[in-house]
Design a protein. Structure first.
Lengths: 275, 120
């Protein structure tokens, strides 16, 4: 029971942190609840399908299908997060209270944030498929009773969701004038972490060189399976033993998106964005 | 000049990124490791539980899961994780490794599925 709860918690936590941040970032989007629920449901349905076809996916591209699939999903999510952040930088001021009308702010917010709901689906898809496989394995091997498995799964799911919700509730308490800055920064770190993870999968598949692995080792200082390690991994892509290529991806993504945000925000300061 | 990142801007940026990523894929010229080592998962255990490999070389682990249930090969020491479906095989590339002991385990059956790779 306990082992099941821990594993489900670990998988759920990663998705829950992402959903928590994105739910906060889309607070001004009308009908956001429905979009979020749609993203969650689509992700869950997709994860069952992915779990069922694990063999087939793994067998594609001569045995590295699973890595390419994961890397592909991550890169797609990074692109959407990047677009969201750059977009928000050019419209964030308006959303933060200078909008001529509430209606305009809502309309602007929905355009910039609708992509985030796709990211919710992708995050749930990735973590959900592993959880589905694990639970299937537990139930098929009959090591634990069905009741114990369900209970463990439920405890893990609730605990993981609770952390995600706490993050969401905490973010909503951030004063509006810092709110978009805060969510923007969190989304930026999420994107960089995901890019590094994509690199990790491509190194594992041997389609990218590792460039020194590991570049450093902080596993004794802050282990990956400790609670702070897990939180930092989920929020900012913390990896105690990163390969050089992962760091390259992380920094490049961070710099590229931050530059895009600055550039987009700059044209506002000069009064170039017509409202 | 007004700056208004449109969806098409996003798409072209995405395309540019995808192209550069693709270029990296091919320039990386996957160096196929001829060093192949076999690991078998049976009854939620790894065989051999201790695998000796040469240090300083890239290695391909060919993991065969003979159980009917899926397993996740996981190693914090090696920084690797991969799900292996029941009754199937998968490749995991590791290394080049510094000499030492690297623990790995099956995340879905952590109690029994334990092993170590010794690089020397």
């Amino acid at each position: 029971m306990f082992a099941t709860a821990v594993i489900v918690f670990r998988e759920v936590l990663e998705a829950a942190l992402i959903v928590g941040i994105l739910a906060a970032a889309t607070r001004s989007v009308p009908g956001r609840g429905r979009w979020l629920a749609g993203g969650l449901l689509a992700g869950l349905a997709g994860s069952v399908v992915v779990a069922a076809f694990t063999d087939m996916i793994a067998g594609m591209a001569s045995g590295i299908g699973q890595e390419l699939f994961n890397a592909g999903i991550l890169v797609l999510a990074v692109l959407m997060l990047a677009w969201h952040n750059v977009w928000m930088s050019s419209h964030g001021k308006a959303l933060a209270g200078e909008a001529r009308s509430v209606g305009r702010a809502i309309e602007a917010g929905s355009q910039g944030s609708s992509v985030l709901l796709v990211v919710v689906g992708l995050a749930v898809l990735r973590e959900g498929s592993e959880t589905a496989l694990f639970l299937y394995g537990v139930s098929a091997s009959g090591g634990e009773g069905a009741a114990a498995m369900l209970l463990g799964g439920a405890v893990g799911l609730l605990a993981g969701s609770a952390v995600g919700y706490a993050l969401y509730a905490g973010l909503l308490r951030v004063p509006l004038r810092w709110f978009f800055g805060a969510t923007g920064l969190l989304v930026l770190l999420l994107a960089a972490g995901m890019a590094a993870q994509a690199a990790h999968f491509m190194i594992q598949a041997d389609v990218l060189p590792s460039l020194a692995a590991p570049l450093w080792d902080t596993s004794s200082l802050l282990p990956e399976n400790s609670v702070p390690g897990m939180l930092l991994h989920g929020l900012a892509g913390y990896d105690p033993r990163p390969a050089g290529m992962q760091v390259v991806f992380y920094v490049l993504t961070l710099v590229t998106i931050a530059t895009g945000m600055k550039w987009a925000g700059h044209s506002i300061k000069k009064g170039k964005v017509p409202y | 000049m007004k700056f208004k990142p449109s969806f098409s801007f996003c798409c072209s940026a995405a395309a540019a990124f995808a192209v550069s990523l693709g270029a990296m894929f091919f320039s990386a010229a996957a160096t196929a490791a001829d060093n192949e080592y076999r690991l078998i998962i049976q009854d939620h255990r790894f065989q051999p539980a201790e695998l000796v490999v040469p240090a300083g070389k890239k290695i391909r682990l060919a993991v065969e899961n003979r159980d009917a249930t899926p397993e996740e090969f996981e190693s914090h020491d090696l920084n690797r994780e991969k799900v292996i479906a029941g009754k199937s095989a998968a490749s995991i590339f590791i290394g080049p490794l510094a000499p030492g002991r690297y623990r790995f385990y099956g995340e879905f059956n952590e109690k029994t599925a334990q092993g170590v790779i010794v690089a020397q």
